[in-house]
Write a protein that binds this ligand. Structure first.
Ligand code: MN3
Length: 207
């Protein structure tokens, strides 16, 4: 397949004031577009043009000579979902019941989940991502990864991810990553979409 830059699922100013139009213009139109363009070029060169995006992510992670392809394909996957993991008037603890039940069973309560997710983003040194993933026994787990790495590369299924690269928050929050992560959980998360990914269950990727 050819990687394509998806349209944002909302207007550029729809997440304001928690994420500005300026941030989304740069993040989507420049950063994500660059991953798509470079990813297509490298996938073609690697002879992986016929694979699905998920297959390219898994195969290029295993083959260390394809690190550059992995970086771009991984980031393409991450950002496709990142745009959908946010919505206007999102965030907070109002979410579909099955997901709420699983968060409570996995972490004890919502506030513990919130604290652990934010902590993962805060302790990811440098660029990377904080994740909520489906664990092996149906429980939910928190993960963090550097750069373009994602749970998919490790055989896990992400149902929520927060981009903690500086390009995701520096315009709106400068160096205050904590404030950005708090706003992400409290005001931006599209819990409906997280619940949809939760209901779908583990991703199966042949590579
Ligand atoms: Mn990004």
């Amino acid at each position: 397949m050819t990687f394509e830059l998806p349209k944002l699922p909302y207007a550029y100013d729809a997440l304001s004031p928690y994420m500005s139009a300026e941030t989304l213009e740069y993040h989507h139109d420049k950063h994500h577009k660059a991953y798509v363009d470079k990813g297509n070029e490298l996938a073609e060169k690697a002879g992986m043009g016929g694979k699905s995006l998920e297959e390219v992510v898994v195969a290029s992670f295993k083959d260390k000579s394809q690190q550059a392809l992995f970086n771009n394909a991984g980031q393409h996957w991450n950002h496709i979902h990142f745009w959908n993991w946010m919505a206007p008037k999102g965030g907070g603890r109002k979410m579909p019941g099955t997901l709420e039940k699983s968060i409570t069973e996995s972490f004890g309560d919502f506030d513990t989940f919130r604290g652990k997710f934010i902590e993962a983003g805060m302790t990811q040194f440098g660029s990377g991502w904080a994740w909520l993933v489906l664990g092996p026994n149906g429980k939910l787990e928190i993960m963090k990864t550097p750069n373009g790495e994602n749970p998919l590369a490790h055989g896990k299924t992400a149902i929520l991810g927060a981009d903690v690269w500086e390009h995701s928050y520096y315009i709106d929050y400068r160096n205050a990553r904590q404030k950005y992560l708090e706003a992400f959980v409290d005001n931006l998360v599209n819990w409906e979409h997280v619940a949809e990914m939760f209901e779908k269950g583990p991703l199966k990727v042949a590579a």
